[in-house]
Design a protein around this ligand. Structure first.
Ligand code: LHQ
Length: 255
């Protein structure tokens, strides 16, 4: 239900149920966690792109599954969705969401859990939960207000109206909008650029930003001092300093 491809130092994960608008199943969740963890363990991979095949990015939960019998929603979230969000946000490598079409429900959360979001100009975002009598899940109640602020998060969640790509960019839900046909090349270019940067430092800063969102300034100051110590021990830091002093461009190796 997903595709995993390595292109030089970039891992590309593609949600691949195009006839179902890439709606999520428990199989997809397992495959996603496995793929993200394998990319995390592969030192040759220094950036990741998450995208969808066909006309959608991800329509959230596959609602067809409900026809097969009752779903235990708490278990579906705890065993399915939450581990995917955890894997994306704890992967110590930059992840780009290349939002190729509509993202709905938990599909929006998948994009929000990525570190940089680029969307096709015809992509859209919908907090579909309310339309089926549910509440935002998969980290949406945490991620959405941190991207757009509480007022807009509540508005999007309560009304469930579709937001187009430029509206999403204006709200800070995503970073950038590009013409549809250039989405994947542009996402790959951004990913290659990130992959040429000091991967350890990017992984550490990602960890620090997430921790910082939940801590006092005093704790953030302490933690920064600690992770700066870790960053200072990398070969890429030594290379950065040497390149600066030698007035040349650094060549980072991601370690
Ligand atoms: C779908 C789906 C879909 C199956 C389109 N499933 N087939 C977590 C824990 C446990 C349970 C509950 O949920 C969660 C988290 C969640 O994500 S809840 C939110 C679930 N998602 C939704 O409610 C979104 C439902 N879909 C839509 O609102 C629309 O389809 C969107 C806005 C995604 C796209 O609209 P359109 O571009 O107009 O396409 P469409 O509606 O015509 O859909 C195309 C086909 O895809 C259609 O099938 P068909 O056989 O008629 O061609 C849809 O039934 C199917 N599809 N979403 N989630």
């Amino acid at each position: 239900t997903i595709l995993l491809e390595h292109r030089q130092s970039v891992g590309i994960v593609t949600l691949n149920r195009p006839d179902k608008l890439n709606a999520c199943t428990s199989t997809m969740h397992r495959e996603l966690v496995d793929a993200i963890e394998s990319l995390g363990q592969d030192d040759a991979i220094r950036a990741v792109v998450l995208t969808g095949s066909g006309r959608a990015f991800c329509a959230g939960q596959d609602l067809g599954v409900t026809k097969q019998g009752p779903i235990d929603y708490e278990m579906a979230l705890k065993r399915g969705y939450n581990p995917v969000i955890h894997a994306l946000t704890h992967l110590e490598k930059p992840v780009i969401a290349a939002v190729n079409g509509v993202a709905a429900g938990a599909g929006v959360a998948l994009a929000l859990a990525c570190d940089y979001k680029v969307a096709a100009d015809d992509a859209s975002f919908v907090q579909a939960f309310v339309q089926i009598g549910l509440v935002p899940d998969s980290g949406s109640t945490w991620l959405l207000p941190r991207h757009v602020g509480l007022a807009k998060a509540m508005e999007l969640a309560m009304f469930g109206d579709k937001l187009d790509a430029s509206g999403a960019e204006a709200l800070g839900l995503i970073n950038r909008v590009v013409p549809h046909d250039t989405l994947l090349p542009q996402a790959l270019e951004l990913a290659q650029r990130l992959a040429s940067l000091p991967t350890r430092a990017i992984g550490l800063m990602k960890r620090a930003f997430y921790d910082g969102l939940e801590s006092s300034l005093a704790d953030a100051l302490d933690r920064e001092a600690h992770i700066q110590q870790l960053a200072s021990q990398t070969a890429d830091h030594q290379e950065g300093i040497r390149a600066f002093l030698e007035k040349r461009r650094p060549t980072f190796r991601g370690m």
